[in-house]
Write a protein that binds this ligand. Structure first.
Ligand code: NI
Length: 254
C-alpha cells in the first residue's frame, strides 16, 4: 500500500523533541509522500527546509487567515521568491476562518483573494482552510480563480458545497473528523462525489482520527482515514490508497 498525506505540519513545535523518530517511523510505514503545509512566513520556510531534507516531503507555502492581520505586500513578494524552490508544490494554507476571527474579516478576504492571484501567477494549486465561512469562501474562489486547481482541506461543509467546489475544478480532502462516530453526514458525501476528486490528509499534529483520538497525530495515521473512506465506498483500503495517491500526485503535479 502507498499512502499520500496531502496536509501535514511536521515542523510544528509538538514534534520538536522527537521529529527524527517520527520521520523514521514514517519512512518505515506505508506513507510514501507528504505535503508539509505552511501557515505564515516562518512555517513556510520551515516546510521548505523539511522538504529539502527528505525526498518524500514536499512543501506548501502561504499565510493562514489567523495570521493575515500583519501581512504586508512584501510578504507576497517573499512567498514568490520562496516558490522558486523546486519542492514547493502549492500555495497554502489560505482562506477564511470566521470561527476564531483572529484577523478582521475584510483583511481575511483581501489576503485570501491576493494569494489565489499568487497561485495563478505561479501556476500552482492552492490549499483552502475554511471554517464557518462556506458561502464567502466559495464566492471568493469563484471571483478570483482562473486556472489553478484547489483543495478544500479538512472538509467539513455540506454535500451541496462539495459539489459546487467540484464544479469549479476543486478537490475535497478528508481528515480525522471523517472517522468520528457522529460524522454521519460527512461520510455520506464520499459516496456522492467523483472518486478522482478525493484527497486524504492528517493535518497533524492536530485532529487525530479514531482510534487515536486525543493523542498527537502524525502522518502514519492517514491509514485510518483511508480505511474509513474505503469502507464507505465498499472498496479495499489498498484501492482507496491508490486512488488518493494518484489524485494527490496529479493535484500537486508531482
Ligand atoms: Ni493545516
Amino acid at each position: 500500500m502507498k499512502l499520500f498525506d496531502s496536509h501535514a505540519h511536521l515542523d510544528d513545535e509538538q514534534f520538536d523533541e522527537d521529529r527524527k523518530e517520527v520521520i523514521d517511523k514514517i519512512i518505515n510505514s506505508n506513507v510514501k509522500r507528504i505535503v508539509n503545509v505552511g501557515a505564515d512566513i516562518k512555517t513556510s520556510e520551515s516546510s521548505i527546509k523539511l522538504a529539502q531534507q527528505y525526498e518524500f516531503i514536499y512543501a506548501a507555502i502561504g499565510i493562514h487567515p489567523h495570521d493575515v492581520s500583519n501581512c504586508k505586500l512584501s510578504d507576497i513578494e517573499y512567498l514568490k521568491e520562496l516558490a522558486a524552490n523546486e519542492k514547493v508544490v502549492a500555495i497554502g494554507e489560505i482562506g477564511l476562518d470566521y470561527y476564531y476571527d483572529h484577523s478582521p474579516r475584510d483583511v481575511q478576504r483581501n489576503w485570501f483573494a491576493r494569494q489565489i492571484e499568487l497561485s495563478e501567477e505561479l501556476k500552482l494549486p492552492f490549499i483552502v482552510h475554511s471554517r464557518d465561512a462556506s458561502e464567502e469562501t466559495h464566492d471568493i474562489i469563484k471571483a478570483n480563480k482562473k486556472k489553478s486547481a484547489f483543495v478544500l482541506h479538512c472538509f467539513g461543509q455540506s454535500l451541496e458545497m462539495a459539489k459546487k467546489y467540484i464544479d469549479m475544478d476543486g478537490y475535497i480532502s478528508f481528515a480525522g473528523p471523517v472517522t468520528y462516530k457522529k460524522s454521519v453526514k460527512l461520510r455520506e458525501i464520499i459516496k456522492n462525489i467523483p472518486k478522482d476528486r478525493i484527497l486524504i490528509e492528517t493535518d497533524c499534529p492536530y485532529l487525530s482520527p479514531e482510534p487515536k483520538r486525543g493523542k498527537r497525530n502524525d502522518p502514519t495515521n492517514v491509514e485510518f482515514i483511508a480505511k474509513t473512506l474505503a469502507s464507505e465506498l465498499n472498496i479495499s483500503t489498498d484501492k482507496l490508497a491508490e486512488i488518493t495517491f494518484d489524485n494527490a500526485s496529479r493535484f500537486f503535479s508531482i
